[in-house]
Design a protein around this ligand. Sequence first.
Ligand code: ADP
Ligand code: MG
Length: 322
Amino acid sequence: MKEFELINRYFKGRGITRRDVDLGIGDDCALVSVPENSQLAITTDTLVCGVHFFEDIPPRALGHRVLAVNLSDLAAMGAEPTWVSLALTLPSVDLEWLEAFTEGLHEIAEYYNVQVIGGDTTQGPLTITVCAKGIIPKGKALTRSGAKVGDWIFVTGPLGDAGLAIEARKQGLNITPENKQDVEKRFYFPTPRVAAGQVLRGLATSAIDVSDGLVADLGHILRKSNVNATVQVEKVPVSEAMKATLSEQERWPYVLSYGDDYELLFTVSDTNKSTLANKLKQYGVEAKCVGQILAGNGQLELTLRGQKFALPARGYEHFSNE
Ligand code: ADP
Ligand code: MG
C-alpha cells in the first residue's frame, strides 16, 4: 500500500470534523481559525517502541496513549484541546495493526472533540509523535511558575498505578487478575484530566501533569516558582488495587517516583482552596490536598505521619546516567 492510499484509508475523512478547521488532511499544511482573544497552546510528545512502550502493546492502546499523553500536557496548562497532527514511523505496513491503532486514536480524539488535521508517514523503527494544539483565553494559562508561599498542593487522583502495571509485568508481583487488569487499564488507557485542567483556570496558581512522578514533577513547580514545599506522603491518594497489592512501605516508590499516571498536580491559595475542590467535585474529580508551599529555593521535604521521610528512587529521566 502506498503512503497516500494509507493516509486516505486510515486518516482522511475519519474522526470528527470541527468547524474551525478550514483545511484538513490532504494539502501541504492544514489551516485552522484561532478564536479572537485566545492563545494557541502547542505540545509535542514522542513514543518510541522499546523505550516508552513494550513491543507487544495492543495497538489500540498505543493509539489512545499517544494522544492521551499530549492532551494531558494541554490539560496541565488549562487549554481546551482542538487539533492534532501525527508523525507515524512504521517498520512495515501491517493493515490489522493500523486499523486498531487508528481506532484507538480516533476514539479518544472524538471523545475530547479533537480533530486530526495532518501528519507524516515514514518507514523506520516504530515511533509515534503527536503534536497537539489547544486554545486558552488570553493570559489564562496555568504555568509551573505561579506557586506562592502558603498555597496548598493538590493531586486530582491516585498515583502509582501505571508503575505498578509495569512492575507487575516485569517481576511477577503477587497481584490478583482483577487488580492487574485495573492498573493495566490505567497504564494502557490513561485518562487525561482535560475538564479538570479547564476548571483550574483562574483558580489554581500553578499546575503540571504527573508524567515523571510526584517528586520529580512537583520539583519542576518548586524550581520554576522559586519556593519550597512539604508533602505528607500518607495523604497521597492510592487506588484500591494498589492497597490490595503492596504494603504501605512497598508503595512509596510507585506513589512518589513512578510516572505515567497523568493526574494533575496543582497549587491553590488558601482563599480559593474549597471553591476549587468543590468545582472539581462537580466534574467527578476528587482532588486531594497533599501538602503546602513554603518559602525557599526549590527544596521538597517529605514527611510520613509527622516524621521526616527519605526519598526512594527517582522518577524516569531520559539521558540520565543514574
Ligand atoms: P508532504 O509531502 O507535502 O509533506 P504528505 O504526502 O506527507 O505531504 O501528506 C499528505 C497529507 O496527508 C498532508 O495533509 C499530511 O498532513 C497528511 N498526513 C500524512 N501522514 C499522516 C498521518 N500519519 N496522519 C494524519 N495525516 C497525515
Ligand atoms: Mg508538501
